[in-house]
Write a protein that binds this ligand. Sequence first.
Ligand code: HMG
Ligand code: MG
Length: 297
Amino acid sequence: MRDHVTLVEVGARDGLQNEAQTLSVALRCELIERLADCGLTRIEAGSFVSPKWVPQMADSDAVLQQLKARSDVRYSVLTPNLRGLDGALSADAKEVAVFTAASDAFTQKNTNCSVAESLERARAVVDAARTAGIPVRGYVSTVMGCPYQGDVSIDAVLDVSQSLLEMGCYEVSLGDTIGVGTVKQTRELIRALAMQLPVAQLAVHFHDTYGQALANIHAALELGVRTVDSSVAGLGGCPYAAGASGNLASEDVVYLLQGLGLSCGVDLQQLAMTGAWISQQLQRDHSSKAGKAIAAK
Ligand code: HMG
Ligand code: MG
């Protein structure tokens, strides 16, 4: 069994996009640099989406341009359409991500189009990004339930995941956008997907609304998933999923991995201090149990 897990830190994007306070470019860069200093090697730095829809992610070009280039860290940004990709390429992005969902109702609220239309937009982005030599990650939201539609079938998740990989995404991140999934559901989903798709190309992206994300990540790890998205201090939620909590806190994931004897290359003490620092900047509660306990020592 491979004993290294890659963490994809999404706090500066998924986290900050849903915080009430919009942080300055300087603070966003400081957060990202601190996260890189903790040993995180894949970090989402922003989104090239409409600032009218998600004002917190405005000026992501300035964020990308002000970050120190590090050979050991990959910064990625969300690009929903060609306009977003153009902006990302002009800001010298080295990696981008496209996003869709397994539910039409959610996709409509999130990006003002159907799943089929979002896949067409994604295909155009992937083709252009690959021509520019940029790798593309794919996201599938609502894999365990949709705030507007309710239940989501495993077949719907499989179809969209397959489409993203076939069009050239190197990895698909499975989003439990509203954090409703359970261990049983996670096992059924990952088992079904792993029968059709390489498990090495699957990542999990679990929001923690119902407090199940840690257990669900553990279930995914047991089935061979080795890429996990998480958000420092549990920042965030989703602007198009009212009431959704942030991703499971990165500190809690690192503590889980250490306990399992799985490596991830992240300094937990430093991460906990970073979580405490950003929570203070945002004047919000530090949502990581492990982070809070470590930072209080
Ligand atoms: P639209 O209305 O369908 O597109 O929006 P449009 O082409 O008609 O453009 C509308 C306006 O947006 C125009 O400006 C465009 O210029 C502008 P206006 O004329 O109103 O001034 N526009 C853009 N501006 C900046 N960057 C762009 C861009 N494209 C158009 N790339 C669009 C389509 C996707 C742009 C819009 O729906 C949008 O920005 N949505 C926000 C989506 C978003 O950021 N959601 C959160 C991230 S996804 C997520 O959190 C889930 C995830 O974490 C996984 C999980 O947890 O499940 C990944
Ligand atoms: Mg998310």
